[in-house]
Design a protein around this ligand. Structure first.
Ligand code: FAD
Length: 453
């Protein structure tokens, strides 16, 4: 089949969300000549990076009707990537002078928000954003166009306001994937009398003072939160799925932080039994167990579904073949360097929509997806890891760059990302303040000159 080419054209495009993905998508779409409206539920750009002390009333996030707090940031959060790796390719995340700026290589969350605001200002993105406007329904019409229904809302109140009903040629979904909690299944948990919460609703350690807390998970958030908690809690016990069943060890440098294997069951006397046989009387279980893809506004008549956290079918994690190129998703892959990947996916979407970039036929895309799924199945990889592309992320990014005819991932960035991962393993307590890749930092700053001069 010959590649599908659509004539070079400008389209009227709706972008859902003004986080890092929505901001760079809007910039790339406009660069390609499209007219763009970005819908943002909050009252500022930045998405996840807009820290709020607010918590949702349902600490596990199980109630679908709960008022939503978008961000999952905790107060002490510093980035888990060096800023040079983390920034967009043509707008480096450099140390910027100014009051309140954080010059650290792994800055606190406020600095990331300031950087995203700098980005939005530099490229005039804010003028495309409708703030405090929630997309409540996106559906395809028989004409192939898209109906986008939105409502004006006041921040944090989920209050109903004016509703709008509009037609767009295309929709780019950038609604973020760290808001809808996923919780661990624990035998006996329904009669366990303690409190449960999810890291989505963790902000500060103080409410856990003198308590015995069990943290489930081994992601970056779990690692940070258990250390935060250990400073005030009586005991912190981490349950990890990725260690051997007999694991039980006190964490070096702490006298109240233990690593265990996974929880076996919880009992009605308040104790929790680990697979290593240890029994702990605990008051709180904190699920640091990740998030689910969630698109409550999207009606594709069953064409796109989420099954065991596989969003599909999606060609290269972006386009559902039957609705391509007029429906796309930015930022679905995980265990990645996010901003870089968002930038390249956005360039691809913008170029395909304008017809500048050729595109395979629906049949070819489905064949590609099916062979990808078969490969995952043959390797015994569960569906929920479909979008976990950590090890192949740079190959993926370079494939996107090749589609767009733009520069691929800088070698220093790839090497620095590997060095940062090694450093994090070697120095789990201090990796944000001690490192050895000084030569790569120099190389990055030399490279940044071409974007700043
Ligand atoms: P978001 O930032 O979540 O933005 C989505 C936007 O969509 C939000 O503004 C939301 O209000 C809006 N929205 C959602 N639904 C609607 C709707 N229906 N209508 C209108 N608007 C809507 N990445 C790193 O690079 N480095 C890190 O150190 C790092 N640490 C992280 C720590 C935590 C705790 C978390 C949760 C994530 C971290 N990330 C980190 C990943 C981070 O999520 C990405 O960097 C990136 O910010 C995600 O951007 P996004 O635009 O995809 O989503």
């Amino acid at each position: 089949m010959p590649p599908t080419t659509i004539p070079v054209s400008s389209r009227h495009v709706a972008v859902v969300g003004a986080g890092a993905a929505g901001l760079v998508a809007a910039r790339e779409l406009r660069r390609d000549g499209h007219s763009v409206v970005v819908f943002e539920r909050g009252n500022e750009v930045g998405g996840t990076w807009v820290y709020t002390p607010h918590l949702e009333p349902d600490p596990l996030g199980l109630d679908p009707k709960r008022p939503i707090v978008h961000s999952s940031l905790y107060s002490s959060l510093r980035t888990n990537l060096p800023r040079e790796v983390m920034g967009f390719m043509d707008f480096p995340f450099m140390i910027r002078p100014g009051e309140g700026r954080d010059p650290r290589r792994y800055p606190g969350h406020r600095e990331v928000l300031m950087y995203l605001k700098d980005f939005a200002r530099e490229f005039g993105v804010e003028e495309m954003v409708r703030f405090e406007t929630e997309v409540v329904k996106v559906r395809i019409l028989d004409s192939g166009k898209w109906n986008v229904q939105s409502k004006k809302m006041s921040c944090f109140s989920n209050e109903n306001g004016n509703e709008d009903d509009e037609i767009y040629d295309a929709v780019v979904v950038c609604n973020g994937h760290y808001t809808e909690p996923r919780v661990a299944e624990i035998p006996g948990i329904n009669s366990w009398p303690g409190k449960q919460t999810h890291s989505h609703n963790y902000r500060i350690s103080e409410p856990f003072r003198d308590q015995v807390v069990i943290v489930i998970g081994s992601s970056s958030s779990a690692v940070d939160i258990c250390r935060d908690l250990a400073a005030v809690a009586k005991e912190v016990h981490v349950a990890s799925r990725s260690v051997a069943d007999e694991t039980y060890r006190k964490q070096p440098g702490y006298d109240n932080l233990w690593l265990h294997s996974m929880i076996d069951n919880a009992r009605d006397d308040g104790t929790v039994v680990f697979r290593n046989g240890k029994v702990v009387l605990a008051g709180v279980i904190m699920h640091c167990t990740g998030y689910k893809y969630h698109f409550p506004f999207l009606d594709t008549k069953g064409i796109v579904t989420v099954d065991d956290n596989r969003l599909g079918p999606l060609y290269k994690h972006v386009f559902p073949p039957a609705l391509a190129p007029c429906l796309s998703f930015i930022g679905i892959p995980w265990k990645i360097v996010p901003f870089l990947l968002f930038e390249l996916q956005s360039k691809w979407v913008a170029g395909v929509l304008s017809g500048r970039i050729t595109f395979p036929s629906q049949k070819e895309m489905m064949e590609d997806i099916n062979s990808f799924y078969s490969m995952l199945e043959a390797a015994g990889i569960p569906k929920r890891y479909t979008h976990c592309i950590g090890e192949s992320q740079f190959e993926y990014c370079n494939w996107l760059a090749a589609q767009c005819g733009c520069q691929g991932v800088e070698k220093w960035r790839e090497l620095m990302n590997s060095a940062a991962l090694v450093n994090q393993q070697l120095r789990p307590e201090t990796y944000r303040d001690e490192w050895e890749d000084h030569d790569l930092v120099l190389e990055a700053y030399e490279d940044f000159v071409k974007h700043t001069s």
